[in-house]
Design a binder for this molecule. Structure first.
Ligand code: F6P
Length: 317
């Protein structure tokens, strides 16, 4: 086979480890593997080169993606996707593996509908693909967020402050839920747990009156303006309050062993499935087993663990 591979959407630690696994499994299986730069944009523009084993040496532990990534909203137009198909034809590439999140999967689904043999691998820090227990990059981002929250707790406690920490996730609360639980945050606010501002302010005021030295609030992005929330907390609760937006630091860094292992397993699995003639699917890991799901299903599935964790937060935070 002649397999193309691209990374798309926000970069995630472990994308390089995934590319390495695909290239090496492909070559070991007698395939030729082509790296496509800068996501779907590079595919449309024909930024395609064949990879050797050596091209993917020494990238296993590196964050980011050696292929580069991009977001291409225009990929929703059929005429733009037709240009992508033409490039694949030009290079005689018969199968495509895409690594990314839900936007990447939507592009993959459209290509599959146009007759391209496509497989999706979940690579995003957001953990917002429910057809897998974990996406590649989530473990590393979670570690980064936990390290930051632990540090913010130290300074908050010393100064008797409330600290509001905004983590990424786009519209998925997993990074907030997991990091908040792991760091014992007093409040975790996500789309699943909801923001009841009045209650939050009242609770923080009683905490302060009860003499608690600090309060940690972990909140998902895209819920509210955290700087305004910090002002409101300070005005009402008696705590000095600071907001910290962790931002893009969560997307960088060397992948954790968990992400490297997941990358290796899913990269190989995707190539194996192509050999078996399975396409139009998203690969993932569920209860530690390799699984595949039709991409259209993967895009609408609900993550049961997120619901369970949101309920847990309501009980123990
Ligand atoms: O999807 C990964 C992610 O980091 C989200 O958590 C975040 O909302 C988004 O990408 C930011 O995207 P951009 O890099 O385009 O600003």
């Amino acid at each position: 086979m002649r397999i193309g591979v691209l990374t798309s959407g926000g970069d995630a630690p472990g994308m390089n480890a995934t590319i390495r696994a695909i290239v090496r499994t492909g070559i070991a299986s007698g395939d030729q593997v082509f790296g496509i730069s800068d996501g779907y944009r590079g595919l449309v523009e024909g930024k395609i080169v064949e990879f050797t084993r050596k091209d993917v040496s020494e990238i296993l532990s590196r964050g980011g993606t050696i292929l580069g990534t991009a977001r291409l909203p225009e990929f929703k137009y059929e005429q733009v996707r037709a240009l992508a198909c033409k490039q694949l034809e030009k290079y005689d590439i018969d199968s495509l593996i895409v690594i990314g999140g839900d936007g990447t999967y939507t592009g993959a689904l459209r290509l599959h509908e146009m007759g391209i043999k496509t497989i999706g691998i979940p690579g995003t820090i957001d953990n917002d693909i429910a057809s897998t227990d974990y996406t590649i990059g989530f473990s590393t981002a979670l570690n980064t967020a936990c390290e930051a929250i632990d540090k913010l707790r130290d300074t908050s406690s010393s100064h008797q402050r409330c600290s509001i920490i905004e983590v990424m996730g786009r519209h998925c609360g997993d990074l907030a839920l997991y990091s908040g639980l792991c760091c014992g945050a007093e409040y975790i606010i996500t789309n699943e747990t909801g923001l009841d501002k009045e209650k939050l302010l009242k609770d923080l005021k009683s905490n302060r009156l009860a003499g608690r030295r600090h309060a940690i609030v972990v909140i998902s992005e895209n819920i509210t303006d955290v700087h305004q929330l910090a002002k409101d907390v300070e005005a009402y609760s008696g705590y000095e309050c600071r907001a910290t937006v962790l931002g893009y630091v969560q997307r960088g860094g060397a992948p954790t062993p968990e992400d490297r292992l997941l990358a290796a397993r899913l990269g190989k699995y995707a190539v194996d499935l192509l050999h078996e003639g399975v396409t139009g699917v998203a690969v993932g890991i569920r209860q530690n087993e390799l699984r595949y799901t039709p991409i259209e299903e993967a895009l609408i599935m609900q993550n049961e663990t997120s619901v369970e964790l949101a309920n847990l937060v309501k009980k123990i935070s």
